[in-house]
Design a protein around this ligand. Sequence first.
Ligand code: HEM
Length: 450
Amino acid sequence: MSAPVLGEFEDNPKPPPMVSGRLPVLGHALEFMRDPCSLVRRGYEEHGPIFLVDMGSKKAVFLIGPKYHKFFFKETDRIFSMRDGYETMMKMFDKRLLFFSNLSDYQEQRKVILPLFQDTDRFTDCIVPEVELFMKNVLGDEGEIDLATVFGPVVMHVAARAFFGEAFRNKLGDEYFHVFRAFSLGADVVLPSWLPLPKFRGSRKAKARIESMIVDLIRERREKPLEPKDLFQELIESTYYGGKPLPDKLLVNILLFIPWAGHETTVGQTSWTLIELLRNEDYLERVKKELEEVLGDRKEFIQEDFKHLKTLDWAVKESERMHPVAHVIPRGVRDDFDIDGYEVKKGTMAFVSPDTAHRIPEVFKDPDKYDPLRFAPDRAEDRVPFSLIGFGGGVHRCAGVNFAKLEMKIIMAMLLQNYDITLLDKNPIAKKGVETKWPESPCRIRYSRC
Ligand code: HEM
């Protein structure tokens, strides 16, 4: 019998209840691939916080709500394995990279990457000029544009500038964006990457191209180090395991993984933040007023400003709550365990679902209502640990969370400061399927310089 891990000991623990609508052989696999959010919400309505979904080849247990999220994140790297949860993605990178690797390699690599994310002044200096270029070259003075496509290049250029340096960003320009996009399409949490699908073939070809770009850059920088150092220079000179240089293959993978982890997520979350602001005029006015108060006549941002832009901060959080682009977070179960009278077997998948959990009315009041003030200090509805999990939780919580939030706030602030914007498609929906939850096209805005 497996040991009880969470909740009271039960003599005869039973499997968690199964969600309705299971087909013979395929189980819920097709429904999960088509519309995972509706399936998981149905599971929660039918059975509460713990239930099973049948993925066809495997069962998956869903754990919903702060108490279970805490268990899920604290037991990651013990009962729960990230490597087994992200098997297909591991094949896009390298099995010795970060959480695909063993725990000690992961911890050593994490010590290398975390300092890269700490200098927010440096990030502001990378983000602001990219948003300026975007306004000048892409938006111009007025026009109409589809949000689902517009933020992709700007977020990629920010990442290229921040992590690879200005010279790389300028040299590669749009080619890097298109190749990287093809590479990203190979990410799939359900389908195995050996299937002969164009997206998997295209992803492998794109990876080879990016690798050759990065290897060239590493060679150039080793021969002629940049002073003062940028992030790229710091990374290639960094060491682990008490002074060993990072092997080039690992470096290339880190440099592929970091922008990849932050690309689609940031693009999607930025779009939702803007969409909701444009749909909620009263709150938009508050944000604009606060911008005027903090900036006065100044057009340039300094890092200090973002400490005072509280209403914008809450708008970003509310978009994370209502539209978590990472709508489910997967793990593989490495050991049998008991949880509140249910037994979960080794080999099962385990998921938390930010999409479902962020709409629990006992945690977030009137969860379907857009209400960023729920995050103001007098209400602080996210004060329960592990209630808001759009960036994950525990040791593996998103390494780029501060970078991403800063980027979203700068994009919002600069757009709202420079343009009058109207949302033309008033009720955009999220993309169907298991991929990152961007808004579906058409999702157009009209804008003109103010
Ligand atoms: C709105 C934007 C973003 C969202 C919603 C997001 C979401 C997440 C989530 C949910 C996880 C945890 C995955 C898990 O536990 O299985 C994660 C991990 C991670 N994210 Fe982000 N992310 C965003 C932006 C970024 C950016 C901009 C970067 C870097 C430039 C980044 C780098 C990472 C890394 C390196 C990890 C792995 C952390 C670890 O395992 O130690 N993310 N992200």
